[in-house]
Write a protein that binds this ligand. Structure first.
Ligand SMILES: [Zn+2]
Length: 626
């Protein structure tokens, strides 16, 4: 999935106790051969409730039904079990009592009476994945209870979907029948169903792309104009070029037709990968805006679809070790799954033309500066941010430089850049990371299957492309504390990080991050649009002055707060001081920041006389042969 940036709102995060559901496997009574039926009634989707009816073939005896807990792509035990309500289980007209497993609240136990070979299961889903009054994203993992004990690749399901009148659907599912507002889909395994979401809307447009591999945009909007205008900024051409660059990079594919499920609604920058149908939310009428295509190109539009290769077809074995969705799983290899994919997204989006090289350099400067200023690097190895990813994904950003953030994405990308330049440099241009991407992630044409890997497999595949101590390379940068700024790859690629007063232009998060004053690299804090302090970096002038996150700046040097005034004060502090009047909870206090370094925003600058590998890497490639 895409990196999630959090607002400054505090959220209570409940950690679910991780208890393996091994014992319940003994009570498994489902039958692999006969499909269970799953009917999801989404006719009330605009008011955020859905109704589910299942018919499950069973044998008499103890039966365990599970609600998916470890959700592919979400990298954690994030199944929304709290939304499942009003569970009713019947054998014909007889009600069967159920109990929730007190050691695993995602599992329900029921005794199937003698002579019964089929039960019905009904439940309601509260606050179902409605995106707007006009759009629904149906993630099947949120609407299924399934019998434990059958491998998810073998448990067959016959799904049906009821939609509001006049709504249409886009998905990679095969429609076998349609009556009024009910759609029947061809039976498929639980694994393929959960990897095949449905985007539904009363404004849905299906656009085949002019690409060398078959691909389709399924575009939803909140108005007719939103889907009519979707190509105003040439989005269709860019997506077609993106698929062509996929082909040039990977050479092989793991789907028949790629469906891009694109939501244009109030949700900005969200997405989830699927092997043949990534979902991506680009904001209201986002496809028709050049600025949105530029800012969402690499971290979302290219990123979610390249997960088809990096994350879906090839997946860490430790993230794919179970026959079901109940976990626990391990997430340490997200520096490959997400970190490498972040790098791939940067390459693909730039090669396809969503953004230019200058824009990508601005982003690389910004993220490098951010990582370089984290004091948490002195105590916490990068891998730890992957291992605990799901608890830091949605936390408040206060003091986050001490804990570190989801750095396996961007620092991972910078490390893969360093590996790419190393291969190019040592091979004198005969090899590059693209060769590894083709051999490790492309491999061969297949259907949507999973081919698991280990860290050793990654290092062996790299060594086959270019012999090097790859284990030591990743050990030092990812598994051990690595205090120095992760800029070696940029410098090897011919560019260095510099700071000046010109604002950095790569603000892809401008629509949903409330920060207005970026002063992390000068006084050491970021300030939101409402004057509240988003975060303060330890060891900086703002920290030494006593400031902290969530305080609100009321006045600067005797005048009411504004972002412009704060920037002016940083550029020209009076007598080397900035005097702030600040509210913290119910108290109001004066703080003095001592600072004289002026405005500092990060950029990249060419290293004179060096080879510009970065420009080589970002250049479009042509495909040939396969
Ligand atoms: Zn991702």
């Amino acid at each position: 999935m895409a990196t999630r940036f959090v607002s400054h709102t505090k959220c209570l995060f409940l950690l679910l106790v991780a208890v393996a559901a091994g014992a319940s496997l003994a009570g498994a009574q489902g039958m692999a051969g006969t499909p269970m039926t799953l009917v999801v009634d989404e006719t009330q989707a605009p008011r955020q409730i859905a109704f589910v009816h299942e018919e499950i073939p069973v044998r008499p005896g103890a039966l365990a039904l599970a609600y998916p807990r470890w959700i592919p792509g979400e990298h954690g035990p994030t199944g929304p079990i709290e939304n499942l309500a009003a569970l009713r289980i019947h054998a014909d007209t007889t009600t069967l009592p159920w109990t929730r497993d007190p050691d695993d609240i995602f599992t329900f136990h029921v005794d199937v009476p003698a002579g019964v070979n089929r039960i019905t299961v009904d439940f309601d889903i509260l606050l179902e994945g409605t995106l707007s009054a006009h759009q629904l994203l149906l993630a099947w993992n949120t609407v299924v209870l399934y019998p434990l004990g059958i491998d998810k690749r073998e448990l067959m399901i016959q799904p049906s979907l009821l939609l509001p009148p006049d709504w249409k659907q886009g998905s990679s599912l095969q429609v076998t029948g349609k009556t009024e507002n009910r759609l029947n889909f061809a039976p498929l395994s639980l694994e393929r169903l959960i990897d095949s979401p449905v985007l539904a809307s009363d404004y849905l447009r299906v656009v085949p792309l002019a690409s060398s591999w078959p691909a389709v945009l399924d575009i939803a909007g909140d108005s007719q104009a939103a889907i009519d205008d979707a190509d105003d900024a040439n989005a269709f051409t860019l997506f077609g070029k993106l698929v062509d660059q996929d082909r040039a990079m990977f050479g092989f594919r793991h789907w028949q037709t790629l469906h891009f499920l694109i939501s244009q609604t109030g949700i900005n920058f969200d997405g989830l990968e699927h092997e043949d149908s990534p979902w991506e939310a680009v904001g209201d009428a986002g496809l028709s805006k050049k600025s949105e295509l530029e800012s969402y190109g690499w971290p979302l539009l290219a990123h979610e679809q390249s997960h088809s290769w990096d994350g879906k077809y090839r997946r860490p074995a430790e993230l794919y070790s179970k026959a079901d969705y109940q976990g626990p799983e391990r997430t340490t290899l997200l520096w490959v799954y997400e970190g490498l994919n972040e790098y791939i997204g940067m390459l693909l989006a730039t090669r396809a033309g969503f953004n230019d090289d200058a824009y990508m350099r601005e982003y690389l400067a910004r993220t490098s500066a951010n990582l370089a200023h984290e004091p948490g690097r002195n105590s916490t190895p990068l891998v730890d941010t992957a291992t605990e990813n799901w608890v830091i994904r949605t936390v408040d950003s206060g003091w986050s430089s001490l804990r570190r953030s989801q750095d396996y994405y961007d620092e991972g990308a910078l490390i893969w850049l360093e590996a790419d330049v190393l291969i190019r440099e040592q091979s004198h241009g005969r090899a590059s990371l693209d060769d590894f991407l083709r051999s490790f992630l492309g491999q061969r044409d297949t259907g949507p299957i999973v081919a698991p890997y280990t860290r050793e497999d990654v290092e062996a595949a790299l060594s086959a492309v270019w012999p090097y101590d790859w284990h030591g390379f990743f050990q030092k940068r990812i598994y051990e504390v690595h205090s120095q700024a992760p800029t070696d790859g940029l410098e090897a690629a011919g560019w260095r990080l510099v700071y000046n007063a010109t604002p950095n232009t790569a603000r892809f998060d401008a629509n949903y991050v409330p920060i207005e004053v970026f002063a992390a690299y000068s006084i050491g804090m970021d300030v939101n649009k409402d004057g509240s302090v988003n975060d303060v970096w330890p060891g900086t002038p703002a920290y030494d002055a006593g400031l902290g996150p969530h305080m609100t700046i009321l006045a600067i040097d005797g005048q009411a707060y504004s972002a412009e005034l704060l920037n002016d004060s940083i550029a020209h502090p009076a007598n080397g001081k900035i005097a702030l009047i600040v509210r913290n909870f119910d108290s109001v206090q004066t703080y003095e920041i001592h600072y004289g370094g002026g405005i500092r925003h990060p950029h990249l600058e060419r290293i004179p006389g060096s080879h510009d590998y970065l420009t080589d890497i970002l250049a479009p490639r042509s495909f040939s042969g396969h």
